[in-house]
Ligand binder design. Structure first.
Ligand code: AMP
Length: 208
């Protein structure tokens, strides 16, 4: 399974990815998680990325591409991978295709988790994330239902940043739907439902 997950921020890509990873043992490559880990570690790279992330802008392509290349080469990604949050623009998509082809690999599918924009705004505003395990919950979760860790609101889930993230998505990332449709590997699931239902349809469209 070599999969790209497409969809607006808050569409539920991470939740679907975590379930596929738990069931099928492929690598979950979330560029947002990798970047947040670099920010938390206060590495030079993390410091450089933070200002873009806080503003809801895309981090420069080369920084993210290097991260993804390293993860694709790791042992756990040899059996298959789910890219979550990458590619985010056509430049990244074209680079991904050429890097995979240099490795003798290719994408099986680009899966769009489709959720209307008005639903996304509500979801992002109430989203809370576990500081310890990354679980995604809502404002009603006082502690993490998965590991009892502390839940917090990501800086970029605050109202002032959400609008810009959605604008960036529409302008840069949404065109990738046509890019992958053109390659004949696009599949779509309706993401405006409970996570269990979305997961059932995800497995169905992926033939799993
Ligand atoms: P996410 O958790 O996927 O919503 O990503 C959070 C933030 O990390 C984004 O708003 C961007 O600032 C940055 N980011 C994540 N993935 C990428 C990417 N593929 N290219 C550029 N920036 C990214």
């Amino acid at each position: 399974m070599n999969l790209v997950l497409l969809g607006a921020p808050g569409a539920g890509k991470g939740t679907q990815a975590q379930r596929l990873v738990a069931e099928f043992g492929v690598a979950h490559i979330s560029t947002g998680d990798l970047l947040r880990a670099a920010v938390a570690a206060q590495s030079e790279f993390g410091v450089a990325a933070k200002k873009y992330m806080d503003a809801g802008e895309l981090v420069p392509d080369q920084l993210v591409i290097d991260l993804v290349k390293e993860r694709l080469a790791a042992d756990d990604a040899q059996k298959g991978f789910i890219l979550d949050g990458f590619p985010r623009n056509t430049m990244q998509a074209v680079t991904l295709d050429s890097e995979l082809s240099a490795m003798g690999r290719e994408l099986d599918c680009a899966l769009l988790v489709d959720v209307p924009a008005e639903v996304i705004i509500g979801r992002l505003s109430s989203r809370r994330t576990c500081r310890s395990c990354g679980y995604t919950g809502t404002a009603s979760d006082e502690t993490c239902p998965s590991c009892a860790g502390e839940m917090y609101q990501r800086d970029d889930d605050k109202p002032e940043t959400i609008k810009n993230r959605l604008d960036v998505y529409e302008k840069n990332t949404a065109p990738l739907v046509e890019y992958y449709r053109g390659q004949g590997i696009l599949k779509i699931v309706d993401g405006d439902r409970a996570a269990d239902e979305v997961y059932a349809e995800t497995k169905e469209v992926l033939g799993l």
